[in-house]
Design a binder for this molecule. Structure first.
Ligand code: 1GP
Length: 232
């Protein structure tokens, strides 16, 4: 397995379905962030993913694809992250889509470039929660149990606490981090400035910053410093 993500602290998640100018993309890629994740919950196609990847490839930082649909998988990324939703009863989001993909492509997948993310989806208003039928009413104990399913039962390399669109309960994230012994804990959701980034970085291994890139780029760039100053 590719362990690239174990060295990350801050990543920007860019959505192929949203617009960024060349100047804005340059600022993101030269910000000091550790990597770019390419992915989104809707509107992701092969074409818009190739386009964004090739623009990011002008820069040196690692670039990973978070795979949301089979037909948007693009060769040429450094790493492929495969989400598996832990808090849904809809089996298609746990192993269903995965099985279909492996029936078609199982023989040709470069497994050393693949890592699975055990997702705990916690914002009921988010697109990902609606799409996957996630049960977002989890307290810290329930979230910690999900983390142990990922870390201990399934031995997934990543636990992803996903509050996409809203700033999460950091006590819950801290509890997830406490019980997770092997996996790398990603936190994403509502990080919008220096301070929210710094606080998130104190309770998670990797802080994922998404929406604010499109809403307020200057504030988004300050999240890099926030995360790095939490480390030191
Ligand atoms: C989304 O976790 C990421 O998948 C980041 O969330 O867009 O709220 O920053 P935001």
């Amino acid at each position: 397995m590719n362990h690239l993500f174990q060295t990350w602290r801050h990543v920007f998640k860019l959505d192929p379905d949203r617009e960024l100018s060349d100047e804005q993309l340059e600022a993101v890629c030269l910000s000091g962030s550790d990597a770019i994740l390419v992915g989104g919950s809707s509107g992701v196609t092969y074409e818009n993913t190739v386009d964004l990847m090739s623009r990011i490839r002008r820069y040196e930082l690692p670039c990973a694809q978070e795979v949301s649909t089979l037909d948007s998988v693009v060769p040429g990324f450094d790493l492929y992250l495969i989400p598996m939703i832990l808090n849904t009863n809809q089996a298609e989001w746990i192993t269903g889509h995965h099985r279909s993909g492996l029936e078609s492509y199982g023989e040709i997948i470069p497994w050393d470039m693949v890592a699975t993310e055990g997702y705990i989806v916690l914002n009921p208003s988010s697109t990902v929660a609606k799409l996957t039928g996630a049960d977002c009413e989890l307290d810290a104990r329930a979230a910690a149990a999900c983390a142990r399913i990922a870390d201990k039962l399934m031995r997934l390399p990543i636990v992803y606490v996903e509050y996409s669109g809203t700033y999460g309960d950091l006590d819950l994230v801290r509890e997830v981090r406490r019980v997770t012994e092997e996996a790398t804990v990603f936190y994403g959701g509502g990080v919008r400035d220096y301070l929210t980034a710094k606080d998130a970085a104190k309770v998670a291994d990797v802080v994922v910053v998404g929406n604010i890139v499109y809403d307020d780029l200057t504030a988004a760039l300050e999240t890099v410093q926030g995360v790095h100053e939490a480390t030191s």
